[in-house]
Design a protein around this ligand. Sequence first.
Ligand SMILES: CC(C)(COP(=O)(O)OP(=O)(O)OC[C@H]1O[C@@H](n2cnc3c(N)ncnc32)[C@H](O)[C@@H]1O)[C@@H](O)C(=O)NCCC(=O)NCCS
Ligand SMILES: Nc1ncnc2c1ncn2[C@@H]1O[C@H](COP(=O)(O)OP(=O)(O)OP(=O)(O)O)[C@@H](O)[C@H]1O
Length: 201
Amino acid sequence: MSLVIGLTGGIASGKSTVSNMLKGMAITVIDADIEARLAVMKGEPAYKEIIAEFGEDILLENGEIDRQKLGAIIFHQKDKRQRLNEITHPEVRRSMLEQVEKAKRDNEKVVVLDIPLLFESKLTYMVEKTLLVYVDRDIQLQRLVERNSLSIADAQARISSQMPLSEKIKLADAVINNNGSLEETKHQLLKVLDNWGIKQK
Ligand SMILES: CC(C)(COP(=O)(O)OP(=O)(O)OC[C@H]1O[C@@H](n2cnc3c(N)ncnc32)[C@H](O)[C@@H]1O)[C@@H](O)C(=O)NCCC(=O)NCCS
Ligand SMILES: Nc1ncnc2c1ncn2[C@@H]1O[C@H](COP(=O)(O)OP(=O)(O)OP(=O)(O)O)[C@@H](O)[C@H]1O
């Protein structure tokens, strides 16, 4: 029997930070952002659809997608964002489910799916428990600006393209507050795992 956990949050709320802690406990984490990256590599079906939709202007010289350029479009235009989601999400879902099946065949007791848009895209059917990494909006904005070297306006556009964390908090089975130190975050994570009966190796 495996427990499939959906790890979610907002952009720059700390999902990768928590998922790294889980990996450190030898728990398998499947990352939707990585699957989305693989799905749009040169030559993949989604790559071709993206060019048909957004034009060759969004390509780098080597023919790969210029993620900064595509991001600048889709984080500011809802209709374009929906189109990109329609193109990429089916492949991301397919590949994640395939990996969950493999983890189950391998008798893994816990599998974590790191999915930023778990609630927005109504993907909770893929998981048994949901774990939200929460931060206050001002801290989220500050960490996003620093990590991605974005202007405040661009960072705000990215945050606003997702369901507010204040809404997600109502939907999650458990919440980790990541406003504080990494130790405080780790402590909360261990408590959640313990409550869910997960023993660490
Ligand atoms: C827009 C793209 C090119 C920007 O690439 P970039 O390398 O700058 O960012 P990265 O992929 O690392 O994503 C960073 C974060 O942005 C947020 N984000 C990404 N895509 C979306 C989206 N469509 N809607 C809302 N938030 C999003 C997530 O919180 C994600 O963790 C890229 O994110 C993308 O192809 N997005 C579409 C696929 C998708 O929805 N991915 C999210 C998980 S399924
Ligand atoms: N508790 C913390 N204290 C200080 N900085 C933190 C903390 N947690 C995360 N950070 C920093 O905040 C930024 C965002 O964290 P992280 O990359 O884990 O978020 P994320 O939710 O995975 O983001 P995204 O979905 O956008 O990739 C990173 O630069 C990270 O180092």
